[in-house]
Write a protein that binds this ligand. Structure first.
Ligand SMILES: Nc1ncnc2c1ncn2[C@@H]1O[C@H](COP(=O)(O)OP(=O)(O)OP(=O)(O)O)[C@@H](O)[C@H]1O
Ligand SMILES: [Mg+2]
Length: 255
């Protein structure tokens, strides 16, 4: 579904040599797969997401979506940015309806769907509030609801839960997994939380310090923990430690 082949991305520097943000990155994500991406700050995670979103162009290499070259943004990809990107002149509900409008969903269905999504993220009472009337975490929940509302084939999420409190975060993680299972969406999810990466991902891609390369892709295979919390299972703890060690070397290398 997503093909990243030998991608290098450099930025012109203010002074001195140009900055290599990504160096020869390759990553294939199958349709319906949930991949999480971790790496030290500044290693190029957001840069990679912007490239797949079609917002920037690589310096070299090939990017494909569903086998076709990526030439720009599209409704096949929903993006939740690291910084909230809501339309300030639209209410929470109208923000969520945006993608549905572009898709040509009739007004009544749009409103219904937006209200469902508002309920999902716990913001029913704020349907008619504007972004400046919402807290940071609430804005991010609207952005998440907006990207989920029109069920794009691919969801690209850049640390969407970083600003949320632990309870909201865990409940949205579960909602996201439920939506993913129901819709078969392909998800690329960036996070700084190793626990979140292991909990959500079928695979966890670990990046190196700048210039960003893929250091290792770890397959997550957790036994069914039944009604219990998978986070406290010994396998979960082992994955968390393994990935922590992979990352720790990188954070040190980057200092
Ligand atoms: N538009 C730009 N122009 C110049 N340099 C940029 C630009 N965007 C990113 N960079 C540089 O590319 C590198 C990677 O940045 P990026 O935002 O992708 O990192 P990140 O892994 O998402 O970090 P974080 O975890 O802190 O969000 C950084 O050194 C950054 O300064
Ligand atoms: Mg980033």
């Amino acid at each position: 579904m997503i093909g990243v082949r030998n991608i290098t991305k450099t930025f012109p520097a203010r002074s001195g040599p140009e900055l290599t943000a990504l160096e020869n990155i390759s990553l294939d994500i199958a349709a319906g797969e949930f991949v999480t991406l971790v790496g030290p700050s500044g290693c190029g995670k957001s840069t990679l997401l912007d490239l797949i979103a079609g917002l920037t162009e690589p310096t070299s290499g090939e990017l494909t979506i569903g086998g076709h070259p990526i030439t720009g943004p599209g409704l096949d990809r929903g993006v939740v940015f690291q910084q909230y990107a809501l339309f300030p002149w639209r209410t929470a509900q109208a923000n969520i309806e945006f993608g549905l409008e572009v898709k040509g969903v009739p007004r009544r269905l749009r409103a219904e769907r937006a209200r469902e999504m508002l309920a999902l993220v716990g913001l029913t009472a704020f349907a008619h509030s504007y972004p400046h009337e919402l807290s940071g975490g609430m804005r991010q929940r609207v952005a998440i609801a907006r990207s989920l509302a029109y069920e794009p084939a691919v969801l690209l999420m850049d640390e969407p839960y970083a600003a949320l409190d632990a309870q909201t975060r865990e409940s949205l993680q579960e909602d996201l997994l439920a939506i993913w299972k129901r819709t078969g969406t392909t998800v690329l999810f960036i996070t700084h939380s190793i626990e979140e990466a292991v909990y959500l991902g079928q695979r966890v891609a670990v990046m190196t310090a700048r210039p960003g390369r893929i250091k290792r892709v770890v397959d997550i295979d957790l036994p069914d923990s039944g009604a219990g919390d998978p986070r406290s299972e010994p396998e979960f703890v082992r994955y968390r430690r393994d990935i922590w060690e992979l990352l720790h070397d990188e954070v040190r290398a980057g200092v």
